[in-house]
Design a protein around this ligand. Structure first.
Ligand SMILES: *Cc1c(COP(=O)(O)O)cnc(C)c1O
Length: 500
């Protein structure tokens, strides 16, 4: 399988190169040259052997330069340990026709673990495959959850250093504590003045700076990315769409081949894009419902074909979705443009220069047939958390609650009653203060751990160890940087790492 750039189909590399490079040389994103077609019966059979087996099965055709055994090792290293649920990603019945795919049973309590437990092993296998000698420096911009999941995933992985940047005052207290207490020598964590888009743009600029790459190379480093634009992040995410479907068939919620909707709380468009890829591989997906918070740029896009990031940025109680520039949308644009890289290049150039672009109606037809979209604000999110808890006894984090709200609205208006899977992206204990406040239990002066204990008491859920253990960990990282200072800081850090 070769990978092409979303901006120029002439660029073509193997998976190992796509994963190490992170982004194509022309600034585009790597996409597989075709979508392997899966036999649904075979998928269902494989899923009976468990999540790890299914992950290897789905990933194999995309990684054909690796042996079957190598792919199985990568999947086993990713999923055999670190998840506290035997199903890894269990599917729960919420109510008639609505199911919850819980993607937060990994080490950092958010769905990012599903990909970031696998990416480091993909990267290290790719590094060996291409004979890379340089140490790899991973730069990550995080809206909250990716940072810790990446730190956790790359912990102790040979030949790799990792630096994580998050928006100052832009993540939850639990998210921040998870990052700034992280131990390990190959790790840097910094807060950036500005919001997530500022942070992400700064990191993208570093990747686009060829002179800087040379300077780093002189110090024995090669830059790479663990952000959701990396193909090695997307690939593992395709797996759980097939997995969820297999669970529904197993539980007789759908018959083999029957249509299923997925509703996905969306930020950078990576998660839902993986659902789209699953559909292209033959999964019977009816609708993909894109759920946004008050930063509803994607809702408008799917309604009108206009993508307009020039709008106020809101800090919400679902911070991992506080994004106005959804990088992975570029990969969907590439498909709806019938893989015309020049068209995508135009849209992206207009986005850069004007902050907005318009996709003509002829291109939107296919997207509109498959995608639905909706949004809700913080008040509606909180109301949903409370309603679901009171009526079903099920506790949702704010991101999942946004999806629940959007799903209910969608079912009301579209009268589409196909079984629907809510893709649940975080444990409520990552957002204890807001979840408690949604339940009407406001604790003004309590610290994160008192809040978690209180939430545990009300819900009857056990406070996750991943939260409890933060209590005794010293804060290691306190730097707050300007976005423009990242390059210099990283050069200095790389210097120290290479001496390390
Ligand atoms: C990252 C994240 C999202 C958004 O996922 P994308 O792939 O960026 O669309 C939603 N919810 C949570 C909890 C997240 O961590």
């Amino acid at each position: 399988m070769d990978y092409i750039s979303s901006r120029d189909t002439i660029v073509s590399v193997k998976a190992s190169q796509a994963i190490i490079q992170g982004i194509a040389p022309d600034g585009g994103l790597f996409v597989p040259e075709e979508f392997p077609q899966m036999d649904l019966e075979a998928v269902l059979e494989t899923a009976k052997k468990g999540y790890t087996a299914l992950a290897a099965y789905i990933a194999a055709p995309y990684l054909d330069e690796f042996s079957e055994e190598e792919v199985q090792d990568i999947a086993a290293n990713a999923y055999d340990a670190g998840f506290e649920h035997a199903d890894k990603a269990p599917v729960m019945r919420l109510q008639d026709g609505q199911y919850v795919l819980e993607l937060w049973h990994g080490p950092t309590l958010a769905f990012k673990d599903m990909a970031l437990q696998m990416l480091p092993h993909l990267m290290s296998a790719s590094r060996r495959k291409i004979g890379e000698q340089a140490r790899i420096l991973i730069l990550v911009a995080t809206s909250g959850d990716t940072g810790k999941a990446a730190l956790e995933g790359f912990a102790g992985v040979e030949g790799i250093s990792i630096a994580v940047f998050y928006p100052h005052n832009g993540v939850s207290r639990a998210q921040e504590l998870q990052m700034v207490t992280h131990v390990g020598d190959n790790v840097f964590v910094g807060a950036v003045r500005g919001n997530f888009d500022d942070t992400q743009t700064a990191i993208k600029r570093v990747f686009g700076n060829a002179g800087y790459a040379e300077e780093l190379a002189g110090r024995g480093f090669r830059l790479s990315s663990a952000n959701s634009i990396n193909w090695g992040r997307l690939l593992p995410q395709i797996v759980y769409y097939f997995w969820a479907y297999a669970c529904l068939v197993r539980d007789r919620a759908v018959s083999t081949g029957g249509p299923v909707n997925f509703v996905v709380p969306t930020g950078n468009f990576g998660n839902i894009l993986a659902g789209y890829y699953a559909k292209r591989m033959g999964l019977p997906v009816n609708k993909l419902i894109c759920a946004s918070n008050a930063n509803n740029v994607l809702t408008d896009f799917f309604t009108s074909g206009g993508y307009d990031a020039t709008r106020p940025f809101y800090k919400t109680i679902s911070p991992s979705m506080d994004i106005l520039i959804s990088s992975n949308l570029e990969r969907l644009l590439f498909e709806i443009a019938h893989r015309d890289g020049a068209r995508v290049r135009d849209w992206m150039a207009t986005l850069r220069s004007k902050g907005a672009y318009q996709v003509a109606q002829e291109y939107m037809e296919e997207a509109s047939a498959l995608f639905a979209a909706g949004c809700c604000d913080d008040a509606q999110t909180k109301e949903t958390i409370r309603n679901v808890f009171e009526s079903r006894g099920y506790l949702m984090d704010p991101h999942t609650a946004v999806a629940k709200r959007v799903l209910d609205d969608y079912m009301d208006s579209a009268k589409d009653f196909a079984p629907s899977v809510l893709v649940s992206t975080a444990s409520p204990f990552k957002f204890s203060a807001d979840v408690l406040s949604a339940l009407g239990d406001v604790q003004a002066d309590a610290d994160e751990f008192e809040l978690a204990a209180r939430l545990g008491g009300i819900s009857g859920m056990k406070v996750p160890d991943a939260i409890l253990k933060l209590q005794d960990m010293p804060i290691r990282f306190k730097e707050v940087l300007d976005a423009g200072a990242i390059e210099a800081r990283m050069l200095a850090w790389a210097q120290m790492q290479s001496k390390g």
